[in-house]
Design a protein around this ligand. Structure first.
Ligand code: ADP
Length: 798
């Protein structure tokens, strides 16, 4: 019964190795029925033959000697089931005497599963060992790192108690070992205010879970020494992601911080020194400018008196040298103002075209003297009014023009402006100043915009200058939000250009509106002009007024056109514009011939004259030339001229012939308010030389007093005066004026384009301003504009 119920296989064999008993467990394990195996040998059935052989030898040994090597011991052997599958069997053999006969009982069990489980266990143990080894190494690495890194490393639990600290931190706190820290809080280790700060940081971090990265902490130790730390704290989370504390790393950055502070102080000191230097230069150049008033003014006066050619030559050189010196001083003044951060831009609503044309006009005479054609081509779609710093824009254009003039010996200088981009509230303007001068090599084109740099840096250079002009231009353009650059080819010429984004005013003021079209619309106009660019610009202006321009490039071609028209059934030209000085036949020759052509006896003729010489008025009269336009032709003047022509045609104005235009025939009563005796003399003499009656006031107070007593046509008001400045004096005069219903023209005399001067003058009720040192020509021009002589007419252009 036991054998039958046994869970293990029990197989009994006789000493010959034949199976005599095979229990049900054996049947289940091997898949044989007992009758299939009784009398058979195990080696034939389910163990390897060599295993069976060993068994048999043991049985025989046991029989012979009473002992067998393998009997009783457990062995593991491979065994086979009936279906051929293999398993591992644990086997023990027990000899028995059964009814006087010796048998061997084998106890056998399938241990495949147990073996697998054992293996798995073994593997797990090995893995665990490896993990533990890796962990240990990591711990050692971490420990080594922590104890040797020159930073503080610590960990705290939720209650703020230290759970870990590295050697550096323990040492820094003056503790013998880490046990002095563990379980302690910041309050136990640091001064109260510091501990509170740390605790507040920790609490915020533990609450939000957001790490504190690279926080700079300033600590003042008990000895009053300042220390700086750079601290990072991150939350420490358990397996479920819950915050269970924090780790922190802190680095002593005191030496870095000190260096940084020192550097900052040094930088601030250097900047202050630089600014002081620039302020000094600005002041100095201002001081140098003041006596220039006297030098230039007096020389101009002396020039007016001198008749001896040699003396005149000396004086002229003196004027031009002073002008050159003044230009240098102005450059330095601007440059140092920029450097000192004192230069600002002053946007106002202004007429862009006037501004550019004004600059062009300023060099027209000099360009004429060098026989250079000067052309100003302003795009017709330019909005009449824009918002920008007109003074500075003019300064830049004038600077580029002066350079073009200086570096060009023959050919032409063209100022061309175009609208790059037209937005609702802004206009991007592109301005090019092109010359046919010496040009700049590619390699030097960027350098010329640097301070004190010139394209030709040799000591034997031909052209003078400070090398500051373009630097100032660039700074100004950049301050106004634009860009300036140059394209140039040596020997061919240069094209300096800039772009500026200018705002459009909210509402255009009336006097800045473009001229009305009409009147001249439909007129055919013959333009006789040898320079094609000039001709094109004038033709475009005519087209803008709906006129029909025809261009002839010489007097002969012009006459040819006139005569050809006669043979065709075309009406004659309504207007003829003629360049004054042409090769072969000049304007007078042409007009003389023209007047002989039937239909042209009375055709209006406009003379396109060069600015540097006086038009021959006698000949003008002789040939009934009633109008002239000075080149470069300004659009405003062009339009004024057309208006005059229309009026004349309509009979609202009788034909006029200009008189000597530079003489204002009216004798004015003028008050000069100026504190410097030299300037008083210069200004009064300039005016008296033109026949005006001049009174002088030494300061604002006397200016107001003198105004109350006399009726002046014009007051020239120095802005800076003792006792009462020019602004204050003007305000007082204006308030006195309210009762009189008379507006006295007050012109400010200001220092060189000081910031806000133009605005200040306007705000304080001044009508215009002139920059010092005062030039006689500028003064006369202003007076002529404001007090036109009746004969000169407002279309006779100078
Ligand atoms: P400056 O004219 O006082 O020397 P700028 O800054 O105005 O100083 O000009 C710097 C240099 O750039 C000039 O010295 C000259 O070499 C070069 N340059 C400027 N404008 C022109 C130009 N239109 N043609 C040729 N060279 C020019």
């Amino acid at each position: 019964a036991i054998v039958n119920a046994s869970m293990d296989c029990i197989i009994t064999m006789n000493p010959e190795g034949q199976i005599v008993q095979f229990n049900p467990a054996a049947e289940r394990t091997f898949g044989y029925r007992d009758r299939e195996v009784i009398g058979k040998e195990m080696g034939d059935l389910f163990v390897a033959p060599e295993v069976h052989e060993r068994q048999k030898r043991s049985f025989q040994l046991y029989q012979a000697t009473g002992g067998g090597s393998m009997l009783g011991t457990r062995v593991e052997v491979p065994a086979y089931r009936k279906d051929g599958t293999q398993f591992i069997a644990e086997m023990a053999t027990q000899p028995l005497t059964l009814e006087g006969e010796l048998v061997f009982t084998i106890f056998l069990r399938d241990i495949t599963e147990r073996r697998a489980a054992d293996d798995a266990l073994q593997q797990e143990v090995e893995q665990r060992r490896q993990v533990e080894e890796a962990l240990r190494r990591e711990r050692d690495l971490l420990r080594t790192l922590m104890d040797n890194l020159p930073v503080f490393i610590f960990a705290k639990d939720l209650g703020g108690k230290f759970t870990m600290a590295n050697a550096e931190l323990v040492q820094a706190l003056g503790l013998p070992d880490v046990s002095g820290m563990l379980g302690k809080t910041d309050a136990d280790l640091f001064p109260t205010d510091l501990a509170e700060r740390f605790r507040a940081d920790d609490e915020q971090l533990l609450r939000t879970g957001r790490p504190l990265i690279n926080r700079e902490e300033r600590i003042v130790d008990s000895g009053g020494q300042e220390q700086w730390f750079l601290t990072t704290k991150v939350p420490l989370r358990d397996g479920e992601g819950n915050i269970e504390g924090l780790v922190g790393i802190s680095r002593d950055i005191t030496h870095l911080k000190r260096a940084e502070i020192e550097l900052e102080q040094a930088k601030a000191a250097a900047e202050a020194a630089n600014q002081a230097k620039s302020a000094f230069v600005a002041n100095m150049s201002h001081e140098i400018r003041t006596p220039m008033n006297g030098v230039i003014g007096m020389t101009e006066l002396a020039l007016g008196l001198a008749t001896d050619p040699e003396q005149r030559m000396y004086l002229k050189t003196l004027v031009s040298s002073s002008e050159a010196l003044l230009a240098v001083i102005n450059d330095i003044l601007d440059f140092s103002k920029i450097e000192a951060g004192k230069l600002t831009v002053d946007p106002i609503a202004f007429n862009f075209q006037d501004c550019v044309e004004g600059a062009v006009e300023a060099i027209a005479v000099q360009a004429g003297r060098k026989n250079l054609e000067l052309i100003c081509d302003i795009a017709a779609d330019t909005p009449p009014v824009l918002v920008g710093d007109a003074v500075r824009i003019r300064q830049v254009v004038l600077n580029l023009l002066s350079n073009a003039l200086k570096f060009t010996e023959s050919g032409e200088i063209v100022v061309k402006t175009s609208v790059e981009n037209q937005g609702e509230s802004f206009t991007r303007i592109h301005v090019c100043v092109t010359d046919t001068g010496i040009g700049i090599p590619k390699a030097r084109q960027e350098a010329v915009f640097s301070a004190f740099v010139q394209a030709d840096n040799s000591t034997t250079r031909r052209y003078g200058g400070t090398g500051l002009g373009l630097t100032i231009c660039r700074k100004l353009i950049e301050m106004m939000g634009g860009r300036i650059w140059v394209e140039s080819e040596p020997g061919k010429g240069s094209c300096f250009q800039f772009t500026l984004c200018l705002a459009r005013p909210k509402e255009a003021t009336l006097d800045m509106q473009p001229p009305e079209s009409g009147g001249v619309a439909g007129w055919s106009v013959l333009i006789v002009e040898t320079n094609p660019t000039v001709a094109a610009v004038i033709a475009e202006m005519a087209r803008q007024r709906q006129m029909r321009p025809v261009v002839a490039s010489s007097a002969m071609a012009g006459l040819g056109l006139v005569k050809q028209m006669r043979t065709e059934p075309e009406p004659p030209f309504d207007l003829v514009m003629v360049e004054e000085r042409m090769p072969e036949m000049n304007a007078f020759g042409l007009v003389q011939a023209l007047r002989l052509v039937p239909g042209y006896e009375k055709t209006p003729v406009v003379l396109l004259s060069t600015p540097d010489h006086q038009v021959d008025l006698r000949r003008c009269r002789e040939f009934a030339i009633e109008h002239f336009l000075k080149k470069p032709v300004r659009r405003t003047r062009f339009n004024e001229c057309l208006r005059a022509l229309c009026d004349q045609k309509a009979g609202t104005r009788s034909p006029l012939i200009p008189e000597l235009v530079s003489t204002s025939s009216r004798r004015l009563h003028i008050l000069v308010a100026e504190d410097m005796p030299v300037n008083q003399t210069v200004t009064s003499k300039m005016l008296e030389n033109r026949g005006h009656k001049v009174d002088v006031a030494g300061d604002g107070v006397s200016a107001v007093a003198m105004y109350s007593k006399n009726k002046y046509d014009l007051i020239l008001m120095d802005v800076q005066m003792p006792r009462m400045d020019g602004y204050e004096a003007t305000r007082r005069i204006r308030s006195l004026e309210i009762k009189t219903d008379h507006h006295t023209l007050i012109v400010a005399l200001t220092a060189h384009a000081m910031k806000g001067d133009a605005d200040q003058c306007r705000v304080n009720g001044m009508d215009a301003y002139l920059c010092k040192p005062l030039r006689s020509q500028e003064l006369y021009t202003l007076i002529e504009q404001r007090f036109p002589s009746p004969e000169a007419g407002d279309f006779a252009l100078t």
